[in-house]
Design a protein around this ligand. Structure first.
Ligand code: NDP
Length: 251
């Protein structure tokens, strides 16, 4: 249980982040929901008894620091950090410009670095902390047309593994969940992009995405959220530096 603990969730206004918020709230956590779109995260925060929203662009250090200051003012030091904010644009490598590459890396990898920098000192002081990074099946294998995304998610898993070693004796665990295709707004955007760029219908585009899952279905955000919430419990104290595939058996 996470009774009374303070969880900071980036990208907490939708998809996996919002589902994780519900799973953590069910275990008694107080929530800070962070995202660039304050209206969206505020509407999400309204769904909970103990939650508030903060505007936060994870690619901007000043914005991250201000968001953590606001979070501490509201609910005290952060005990649980869910590095979930991300974007998943696709492009063939020859159209992957430096600008495109930098944007994906900044959000999916440097964003987790900046938020961890803001959260970790309090966890180390208090000798208890949980960091869960939302990686992807793309942390564990490659696919065509998503080189920047796959590199960012492999990087996020590398970051997880290294930091887990560093904090292992200090009560702080760092883990990475690695989902396959999950039913969230990011996937709706991917289906739309495939439909625009190919002759596939929306149903065929959807089928092309779930073809890799041996269960032949899209994963529900709640399935990822329950794994995240478990990793944040005392019971999961010895699970550290793990990459947890949530892929229906693909990995
Ligand atoms: P969503 O689009 O619902 O969530 C992405 C969230 O990230 C949004 O809430 C968005 O909020 C936030 N975000 C994006 N950029 C920034 C930024 N610069 N600063 C702060 N917040 C940002 O999709 P998902 O729930 O699917 O995505 C959540 C995570 O799950 C991502 O890291 C994604 O890579 C990962 N994932 C998703 C899979 C899937 O199939 N859906 C599979 C594997 C991993 P806002 O716009 O308000 O900033």
């Amino acid at each position: 249980m996470s009774e009374g603990r303070h969880a900071f969730i980036t990208g907490g206004g939708s998809g996996i982040g919002l589902a994780a918020a519900h799973a953590l709230a069910a275990t008694g956590a107080k929530l800070t929901l962070a995202g660039r779109n304050l209206e969206k995260v505020s509407a999400a925060a309204d769904e909970f008894e103990f939650a508030h929203a903060v505007a936060c662009d994870v690619t901007d250090e000043a914005s991250v620091d201000a968001a953590f200051d606001a979070a501490r003012d509201r609910y005290g030091a952060v005990d649980i950090l869910i590095n979930n904010a991300g974007q998943a644009p696709s492009a063939p490598f020859k159209r992957t410009t430096l600008e495109f590459w930098n944007k994906v890396l900044a959000t999916n990898l440097t964003g987790a670095f900046l938020c961890t920098h803001a959260a970790l000192p309090d966890m180390l002081d208090r000798k208890w902390g949980r960091i869960v990074n939302v990686g992807s099946v793309c942390s564990l294998r490659g696919y065509a047309y998503v080189s920047a995304y796959v590199a960012s998610k492999h990087g996020l898993l590398g970051f997880t593994r290294a930091l887990a070693h560093e904090t292992a004796k200090q009560g702080v665990t760092v883990n990475c969940v690695c989902p396959g295709y999950v039913d969230t707004p990011i996937i709706a955007e991917s289906v739309e992009r495939i439909r625009e760029k190919t002759s596939l219908s929306a149903e065929e585009a959807h089928a092309s995405l779930i073809q890799f899952n041996p269960m032949g279905r899209i994963i529900a955000p709640e399935e990822v959220a329950s794994a995240i919430a478990y990793l944040c419990t005392d019971a999961a104290a010895s699970i550290n530096g793990a990459a947890l595939p949530i892929t229906g058996g693909e990995i």
